[in-house]
Design a protein around this ligand. Structure first.
Ligand code: GDP
Ligand code: MG
Length: 429
């Protein structure tokens, strides 16, 4: 149940705070965290603000904010026996989270085409409870529901995309799914043998400020290569846990589920929200545009204002249309155009290209420190032969020697069989 649906004076317990990271952070600072009791003081009619009592003080929230907080009635919580605990305990620890609602994890699988999402989805959902098409959408996606490790998992296999721009219906679908359905965790499935390409999408998910677990899929292919890869360092740089997986064999999927649970429960140390630094000019533009849209709720409760700003600077019409009913829309448009113009003058390039290049430079930098593929620099046998035969100094003498050998073989060694043929023919005649 949503907090916005609770009746006056009812007491409920928070089970989940949806939305992106900074929305959750702002709410958690006010005390809206999992396990806390909330009493509804009054709900105003016509989508007006709600008033709640939480940790003994009154807070008001807009309907759009209360919509993103999931709760269960207090009676659904089973009180734990306090003698199980030693030392001083917070009163909220008494509320052991036995309710089914708190243990549901909604997961979206996001990744490039052919990164192995469907294979992972099929393996994980395997003989499990329920798999079906997710209805009412224009693109083909599948949903699987199953229980394991004390949790109910809803897995959504989303269409493959290289990016989250508005160029294709798949891309629009994936990003809308993320901000409309607010999955608890996004599993970013990466083809580990092609990290540079695959991490591009990851940078966009990071901009969206969602909780991510990365599956380093095709790890078997990666291990065949001669390479240096410090995945833990890359994890730290991106603030995302990386789990090696071989989906086609089901290897690593158990660890992946464990990681998802850790991130969901806020126990994962690696998880943090990083701001990918796109360089002084772009960062400047982002912060100026962001100032103009920051207060435009409810949209910024659902979608990170940084992501919106970046998309506006990339001239994304679809994101712009989400803001069109806000009072300061014209001002946002003017500011964005001014900033786009500044970037384009400075870089002599379309703003989208400037941002794409900045993303790739970030990826190249991150991989430079953590990844080296020695097998790529190793020459193949024919390349090795070529490098000797076409050598600027040795090439010509080698070529002359080979020609000489051919002449020698033809005229000197060839003389013997010619002799035998001559002798043979004279005897026959
Ligand atoms: P999707 O487009 O992301 O859904 O990718 P698919 O699940 O259709 O996988 C693409 C191809 O990669 C298929 O041929 C899979 O069998 C193969 N594949 C998936 N995971 C792995 C893996 O971990 N290792 C290897 N070697 N192949 C895999
Ligand atoms: Mg697929």
């Amino acid at each position: 149940m949503k907090l916005s649906e609770v009746k006056n004076s009812e007491i409920v317990v928070i089970t989940k705070v949806l939305g992106h990271g900074s929305f959750r952070k702002r709410n958690s600072e006010m005390g809206f965290v999992k396990g806390k009791e909330v009493k509804v003081i009054k709900s105003a009619p016509f989508n007006g603000p709600f008033e709640f009592k939480i940790i003994n003080y009154n807070v008001s929230l807009r309907k759009s904010e209360a919509d993103l907080i999931e709760v269960v009635p207090l009676r659904d919580f089973i009180k734990a026996k306090s003698e199980n605990y030693q030392g001083v305990i917070d009163r909220d620890i008494h509320l052991i989270d036995q309710s089914e609602r708190t243990k549901i994890i909604n997961i979206a699988l996001v990744g490039n085409p052919n990164s192995g999402k469907t294979t992972l989805f099929n393996f994980i959902s395997g003989s499990k409870e329920k798999v079906g098409n997710y209805s009412g959408v224009t693109v083909d996606i599948k949903k699987a529901t199953f229980k394991t490790k004390g949790y109910t998992f809803n897995f959504y296999d989303l269409p493959g995309t290289y990016s989250l721009t508005a160029y294709s219906k798949e891309e629009i679908f994936v990003r809308e799914f993320i901000y409309e359905q607010t999955p608890d965790i996004v599993i970013n499935v990466l083809d580990a043998t092609n990290l540079e390409r695959n991490l591009f999408l990851t940078t966009q998910l990071i901009d969206m400020d969602v909780r991510i677990v990365a599956a380093l899929n095709m790890y078997d292919e990666l291990e065949k290569k001669d390479l240096f890869f410090d995945k833990d360092e890359l994890s730290k740089l991106l603030g995302i846990p990386f789990v090696p997986t071989i989906s086609s064999k089901g290897i690593g999927l158990d660890n992946l589920i464990d990681k998802v649970i850790d991130v969901f429960e806020g126990k994962e140390q690696i998880t943090r929200h990083v701001h990918i630094n796109y360089g002084k000019d772009i960062e400047n533009a982002i912060s100026i545009v962001r100032q103009k849209i920051k207060e435009n709720r409810p949209i910024t409760d659902k979608i990170s204002s940084r992501f919106i700003s970046i998309k506006l600077l990339e001239k994304d019409e679809q994101v712009a249309s989400l803001l069109s009913h806000y009072e300061n829309y014209d001002e946002i448009k003017r500011t964005t155009q001014k900033e786009i113009h500044k970037i384009e003058i400075l870089e002599n390039e379309e703003s989208e290209t400037v941002i794409t290049n900045a993303k790739y430079s970030f990826i190249t930098g991150a991989l430079k420190e953590t990844f080296k593929d020695n097998s790529q620099s190793e020459k193949t046998r024919s390349e090795k032969i070529d490098s000797v035969l076409t050598h600027p100094v040795l090439g010509f003498p080698i070529f002359s020697s080979i020609l000489f050998l051919i002449f020698y073989a033809t005229f000197t060694l060839g003389a013997y069989p010619m002799d035998w043929i001559d002798k043979g023919s004279c005897c026959i005649w």
